[in-house]
Design a protein around this ligand. Sequence first.
Ligand code: ATP
Length: 663
Amino acid sequence: MDTGIKLEERTDTGVGNGKNGVNGGSASPPSTLVTIPPGTPPLTRRHVLKRPPVDIEFSDLTYVVPVGRNGHKMILRSISGLFKSGELTAILGPSGAGKSTLLNVLAGYKTQDATGAIYVNGRPRDMKQFRKLSRYIMQEDLLQPGITVVESIRIAADLKLGNTLSRKEKSETVEEIMSLLSLARCRNTLTTLLSGGERKRLSIALELVNNPPVIFLDEPTTGLDDVSSAQCITLMKALAAEGRTVICSIHTPSARLFAMFDHVYIVSEGQCVFAGQNQHIVPFLAQHDLYCPKHYNPADFMIEVSSGEYGNFTEKLSKTVDNGRCFRWNQENQSSSIRRPLGRDDRGPRKTYESHSKHLYDFDSSSWSQFLILLNRMILQHRRNKGYLLLKAVMFVFVSLIIGGMFFQMGNDGSKTIFNFGFCFVTIIVFLYIPMLPVLLHFPQEVQLLKREYFNRWYSLNAYFFAMIFSRIPLQMMLSTVYIVLAYFLTDQPMEWSRGLKFAAICYLIAITSEGMALTISSRLSIVNSVFVGPCLSVPLMLLAAYGLGDSDHIPILIRLAMYFSYLRYGLEGLTMAIYGDNRAKMMCPTEEMVCELREPRALLKEVGMEDVDYWTDFVALVGIFVLFKLTLYVFLRQRLSSRKSWSALSYVIRFIKSYIEH
Ligand SMILES: Nc1ncnc2c1ncn2[C@@H]1O[C@H](COP(=O)(O)OP(=O)(O)OP(=O)(O)O)[C@@H](O)[C@H]1O
């Protein structure tokens, strides 16, 4: 089965449905249980731009994922539906029914394996334009660590509002959002210390900064207690009542929560088994001789029916609602408008988003501002992560003392030249592992955060990528200096500025290249796989660094080719040349030694086959490999963040490799 992108997408997105935002004509009667406390500030805040309403319709949506090497699994089966602005919609269903998948496809988070059509205000969805209108709050509340609540919202406001508001207006916006989401009390708490409810509210606050007209939430109440869940849904209801389209997937809601939803869409085995107002569910089921017991939560009953507890009704119910096309239960009067002409733009002339406010939905901050804001955020996070910095510095001190002790005073000892060459080899291993391992553990999580922020259009990948490079390199160099200085002095290497600087430069290059390699590996893999693949790849790199030393004529051609890619070999050559190159004078030979065969530096270089090696060639090769890793990282990240077809080939290759690693 063809699983390519087949969602209809065009460049001319439609707009405005003629309603002016408020729950105009939403068929659901206001629930008596929904209480927005008196005095609650209006959700459309003073300094925030007005957004036009957005209706989302989908037709014959099918989602098929590849399973194993040849199999497929159909998760969504040709379902249809309509989610209107001004309404709070719940997508309900038993576990594994396909709720999150539906949300992912509608939000545009996953489009690759989907087929069918999605319409925005009656016109085929233009994904580029739609991404500017919608925000997706995912189930896991991934928040940037090392910053406080107020700092998080300020950074989001700086990135999203750019120069559209003055500094004072932006501060007011931040304060308004904090009070709206009851976050003022924990304004100075680090995000990592927040409770589940506070994390969820902060996730919502961050996406509300520039007032999106469409909000998707994946299971917003999971992990929250009854009170926090009710607060969260009340807030969603209030946001919808202001004209936004709010769609959330939700697991078995209590009767109280269930009554708050304006529109309920129930999924079972990838099919729609009900779409309409919550009060119609009980009569709907009664039509099929399924009677909800008195005082029983209709949501629970519906889920039990969908789970097959009363027999298999999925096909029958799905047929009755025409797999989501039937509009009968969406309104008070159920006798009319049985089937919706999905996708037909029948609401008269309207402006397009392009003409309405094209510039409002582009990035409001320039790439340069995004870069500076992200750089500041990353530096702040590094500074706050004192435990990690200290641990890394202590590791470097510890390793340099151990290595310094093992090779103590051998640098100028002609009888220990070969051991001192061993010091160079050990040094490249240090700068392979210490910069690499923490990245393999940490970066897969950071990629998840990047995906969330990028998908919700906080910044461009270029801004993030360069901020990451510029925040990491100085830190890596600072920490590496600890080892370089201690080990260099303890092992008594030549006290010449030029040699010391050349030695340090190669160490820095190996360190940042190792970090680059780790970033590249972990940009595509989970933590477990990264931690496995990284050290495994290091073994051939180390072997290639030392393979055939002194006997390079007999190295097989394939290994010789592979050597060109082993940056550790260039590193080893560079360190050796820094210490022994440039016609270094003979080393001292201790009196107790009869002969010091290798006291002449040239003799060592000949022994290890490096007489013709040029330090600057190695230096340039290391820079080249560093740049190559960075470019690969950029391509991998772009591919990971993109749903464009042009990346499909690369993504299939990566999927194929991963299917071997992960099975
Ligand atoms: N990439 C995938 N490969 C294979 N199966 C998948 C994939 N993604 C989802 N599924 C399967 O599709 C089904 C629907 O998944 P989905 O996450 O949409 O369910 P859900 O209704 O949100 O469930 P829950 O309420 O438990 O989160 C599940 O059985 C899941 O295992």
